[in-house]
Design a protein around this ligand. Structure first.
Ligand SMILES: Cc1cc2nc3c(=O)[nH]c(=O)nc-3n(C[C@H](O)[C@H](O)[C@H](O)COP(=O)(O)O)c2cc1C
Length: 219
């Protein structure tokens, strides 16, 4: 496959189209972030990368806390809106119909309508250039009961998660497998005689009756 080589750029896809809330219930902000991810398992750590000019950034700087929310395809318009307007001028919670609820570990509000929210405490901030890398510990995970099954398993496939890829939004759809499925032990293949091999080659399951191959299988 031939490739074109472009200069290095901020191009990685898909990314989450996530919502970050910060501040207090009375004076809170919400904005969209795509520059986010998980960077450590134990202790669980995440990051967001924000420009200093964001209202949300100033709130995080003050409180040292934020809540990171996973979003769904149904929320695509609201997610985009939260990335278009600043909370300095618009009440984005009201405009988007978001309900602020109390978290358990941080003062920043949790958006009730989002299926999953990570309550985060900032551990470090590092200026990178255009953005400030905000590293944080995930202190609590608030999961909607609608995405938890009877055995306590998280079922994110119950919602169409929203993804961001090179300036466009996509809904996650088809499930292709689960973690480790490529390494899962498979049953040893059954020994196939001439009959089985012939049937397989012809795309049939069983050898045809009356053929030598069928007789061989009966033995
Ligand atoms: C899909 C999308 C992803 C975005 N990702 C980021 C991001 O990772 N970091 C950032 O600083 N701004 C990002 N933005 C821009 C901010 O969300 C936007 O400037 C917002 O209006 C800031 O709101 P605030 O001033 O209320 O904090 C993104 C916008 C969109 C639409």
């Amino acid at each position: 496959m031939s490739k074109q080589v472009w200069k290095g750029g901020a191009l990685l896809a898909p990314l989450p189209a996530a919502l970050v809330t910060a501040g207090t219930p009375e004076a809170s902000g919400v904005c969209t972030v795509a520059w986010t991810g998980i960077v450590n398992t134990k202790p669980p750590k995440t990051y967001i990368s924000l420009r200093k000019s964001r209202y949300t950034y100033t709130l995080i700087e003050k409180t040292g806390e934020f809540v990171l929310h996973i979003t769904t395809a149904a929320q695509a318009r609201a997610v985009d809106y939260c990335g278009m307007y600043t909370g300095r001028k618009v009440d984005k919670f009201a405009k988007c119909g978001f309900t602020k609820t109390a978290g358990t570990q941080v003062v920043a509000p949790v958006i009730a309508e989002c299926p999953l929210a990570l309550e985060c405490k900032v551990s470090s901030m590092q200026e990178l250039g255009t953005h400030v890398l905000i590293l944080a510990d995930i202190l609590a995970t608030d999961a909607d009961e609608a995405i938890i099954d009877g055995s306590g398993k998280l079922c994110l496939d119950r919602v169409r998660l929203l993804a961001f890829a090179h300036g466009e939004y996509f809904a996650l759809g088809e499930k292709l497998g689960k973690f480790g499925f490529s390494a899962a032990k498979t049953k040893a293949p059954r020994a196939v005689g001439k009959a089985g091999a012939a049937a397989k080659a012809q795309g049939r399951e069983k050898p045809r009756r009356g053929t030598g191959a069928a007789k061989q299988k009966k033995k």
